[in-house]
Design a protein around this ligand. Structure first.
Ligand code: LLP
Length: 421
């Protein structure tokens, strides 16, 4: 559910006409609804209110400071995966004790900075990483908390690129190895193994894989308890699926219904790391139609937005609804024809949709690529030397620019032509 709805002929974001924003700020333009964003966070918090989990929004989904700030103000923590995300999290005012840090490849300087800033804990993904964190904490004459990321070897039934909980994936540590590490925990004088972490993948629409993974770690925690190893935290990761087209993902309440009883029984402090569930449907990408091109076999709508702005269709074959910002009488009567909706980039993979039924579209019309709030701007690039899009946050009847459009000088700002001798 979201706050992008038609009123009369026009698509609105909350109380603002999306077309006005496209005209005022130019396109391609990311537009977010404050109400949808915070609403999803609050929905999840309410569903789990019995156990008061720390909900650490996954920064990678959308790392704009205004997005982070809006969530942190509501009480969210943040899930980070790099020094850059730590910088953003702190800049957005997130208390360090609400930050958890995952990633299979944390560098020495990233680890050191996170320890100095006193984050809640690291999600550790390998024995060498654990040894490394122990060494760095020792050098800083301190102790730091970690959770071991378990690879529970479950099938998440999602796109292969975003499955992370199979034993063939690079993520996490298998149960047997994790057990071995926990038996040796006394060896790590500067690390307190305080919990376990799982994250089995993204855009998971059913409860079963989550329940299976959680059950597996809870059984493991029981074994550890009997062996005298007490843990404080269980981080159940993110991955909750959302509606892009016809999916019927579990709601926050249904998810809670499936996993709450077993989480409650564990007696552990629960952390979760949703990204897409919170921000996915809170954002759209507005683009302008540059040309309508007909070839002997196909029809193309060529827009000013491309795969550098939103790479999900190109990378995962992901489906995003594409809607006109202005619906004319003609649209209602003329039925639909099929188009490929593509960008200006020099790659055949540069498309938003293929063979998509669309109402009649003309040059200069605007379109909304829906459900683009998660992994949209955050995965955008400057490919083809295209300045990155601007971002706008709508709250009620007002719009706020939260990232200005990049300029041509921005494109070359870091570049140096050497003075060869
Ligand atoms: N926690 C960890 C350890 C993760 O790796 C991720 C996502 C999350 C939490 C948040 O997952 P979410 O709740 O957003 O599903 N670019 C892909 C998605 C990649 C997800 C990477 N990890 C896409 O556009 O579908």
């Amino acid at each position: 559910m979201h706050d992008f709805t038609y009123r009369g002929n026009l698509l609105y974001c909350e109380k603002v006409k999306v077309r006005d924003l496209a005209e005022r700020y130019g396109t391609p333009l990311y537009i977010y609804s404050y109400h949808t964003l915070t609403g999803h966070f609050l929905k999840l918090r309410r569903a789990f209110s019995d156990i008061r989990p720390l909900i650490c929004y996954s920064v990678k989904a959308n790392s704009n400071l205004a997005i982070l700030k809006a969530l942190v103000e509501q009480g969210a923590g943040l899930d980070i995966v790099s020094g850059g995300e730590l910088y953003r999290a702190l800049k957005a005012g997130c208390p360090p004790e609400r930050i958890v840090y995952a990633s299979v490849g944390k560098t020495s300087s990233e680890i050191e900075e996170a320890i100095r800033r006193k984050i809640l804990f690291f999600n550790v993904e390998s024995l060498p990483e654990l040894e490394h964190i122990n060494r760095i904490a020792g050098k800083l004459k301190t102790r730091t908390k970690v959770a071991i990321r378990i690879n529970p070897d479950v099938e998440a039934r999602t796109h292969a690129f975003i499955t992370t909980g199979k034993i063939t994936n690079k993520f996490g540590i298998d149960l047997k190895t994790a057990h071995g590490i926990l038996m040796l925990r006394g060896k790590f004088a500067h690390v307190d193994i305080a919990g376990l972490h799982i994250h089995i993948g993204s855009q998971i629409t059913e409860g079963t894989p989550f329940a299976a993974a959680i059950r597996r770690v809870i059984v493991f925690i029981g074994v550890l308890r009997r062996e005298g190893i007490a843990l404080e935290y269980l981080n159940i990761g993110g991955g909750l699926g959302i509606v892009y087209s016809k999916e019927t993902p579990q709601t926050a309440d249904e998810f809670a219904g499936t996993v709450l009883p077993v989480l409650k029984k564990s007696g552990l402090k629960i952390i979760m790391e949703p990204g897409r569930f919170i921000v996915g449907s809170a954002g759209i990408l507005a683009v302008k139609v540059l040309y309508v091109k007909k070839t002997p076999l196909k029809k193309f709508i060529i827009t000013d937005g491309g795969m550098n702005d939103l790479i999900r269709p190109a990378l995962y074959g992901a489906h995003h609804e594409i809607l006109p910002l202005y619906v004319t009488h003609e649209h209602e009567n003329m039925g639909t024809r099929k188009f490929d909706i593509v960008g200006p980039i020099c790659e055949s993979g540069d498309f938003f949709a293929k063979e998509r039924p669309m109402p009649p579209v003309r040059e200069g019309d605007f379109l909304a690529v829906m459900t683009a709030g998660a992994y949209g701007f955050s995965m955008s690039s400057n490919y083809n030397s295209r300045p990155r899009a601007a971002e706008v946050m709508v709250k009620g009847g007002r719009a706020y620019l939260i990232r200005s459009r990049e300029t041509y000088p921005d494109l070359t700002a870091q570049e140096v032509i050497p003075e060869y001798v």
